[in-house]
Design a protein around this ligand. Sequence first.
Ligand SMILES: NC(=O)c1ccc[n+]([C@@H]2O[C@H](COP(=O)([O-])OP(=O)(O)OC[C@H]3O[C@@H](n4cnc5c(N)ncnc54)[C@H](OP(=O)(O)O)[C@@H]3O)[C@@H](O)[C@H]2O)c1
Length: 332
Amino acid sequence: MEKQKEDVVTIKSSNKKNTNKSVKSNKKIETKNIANKDNKVVVITGVTSGMGNEVTKRLMEKGGYTIIGTCRILLSKSINEMASWNEKYTKSDLHLAIGDLTEMAQVRNLFYNIKIKLQKLGFDRIDILYLNAGQMLQKIDMSSENNELQWASNYLANVLLIELLLPLLRNSKDARIILTTCDKALKTKLNWDIINNPKKYSATALYNQSKLAELMFALEFDYRHLDEKNIRTFVVNPGRVRTNLGLRYTTGFQRFLCNLRNLRACSVEEGIASVMYLIEAPNLPSRVVYYKNMCPKMPSNYALDLCNREELYKSSFRILNLPLESPQDLEE
Ligand SMILES: NC(=O)c1ccc[n+]([C@@H]2O[C@H](COP(=O)([O-])OP(=O)(O)OC[C@H]3O[C@@H](n4cnc5c(N)ncnc54)[C@H](OP(=O)(O)O)[C@@H]3O)[C@@H](O)[C@H]2O)c1
């Protein structure tokens, strides 16, 4: 097996000068390597900006959390910001792990690093897995593994992380997996022609497909793991939130539209309300997966359809070379 590269960084505060320069990602910047064993163990993807960043900060402020935050590259800006949180909020601790979620090889490496880091901190479980990272692109582009970038980072990477981290989630008494979707995903249907031939379609179409797939996968995962009462799956629709989504690598009219959209969007603080609720609420109604404005909502009939979900679930496992679990699946 290919040797895994260790890439988790425990951050300290000595990088205050050179903001916004990337640092060598496998550099060890060790300081805080202890954690309170009573802490809730949280993994959050995409902590460098927007809602992932805000939720991380909020959990640091509250205390009682050991957080592994993931980012695609390590910028000294992120290190400085998060190092200052580690210094200021001593009742939680934050560690960074690096991986570009468009490449499944990197996602597997990220999983390995999360696991090793948790082991070093003395944890064999994950209580909260907040799969927040996502991107909205202007143009269709393919990864080196030939997956469309948004489909890969917004959907495939999440499926892979959930499946790889499942043993750690199973060790928690109350594990919660949280994904995100958007309004448009509820008004669309999965179209395998779009997913298989992305170059024929718009980047927006692929974004919406990825967000619908997140919702449908969460519903199917919840259904398939009903007997595991200690693992709950949720999908949050935050509505329109004023973040960097859609603005990275976007120029011209598209950028103008994104900025216009942001004018009517809610603040990041408002946008994370449902996620914070799902992380903190001691008791949540069972079998409710989809949330908006901190309330359970009905997903679309298309997303609820068992056949549609099963097709997506099995296809995703095939794409990711993951073994299907149930005896029914194995018969096929
Ligand atoms: N904002 C909204 O109105 C809205 C509405 C519905 C759903 N959502 C969903 O909410 C989630 C968070 O979005 P946001 O609005 O907070 O956007 P954001 O400010 O752009 O933050 C996205 C985060 O994901 C990370 N990310 C993107 N692509 C990645 C990749 N390939 N590998 C690793 N990390 C990657 C980004 O890292 P970098 O800093 O390196 O780019 C960033 O940390 C997304 O899944 C989005 O689809 C947002």
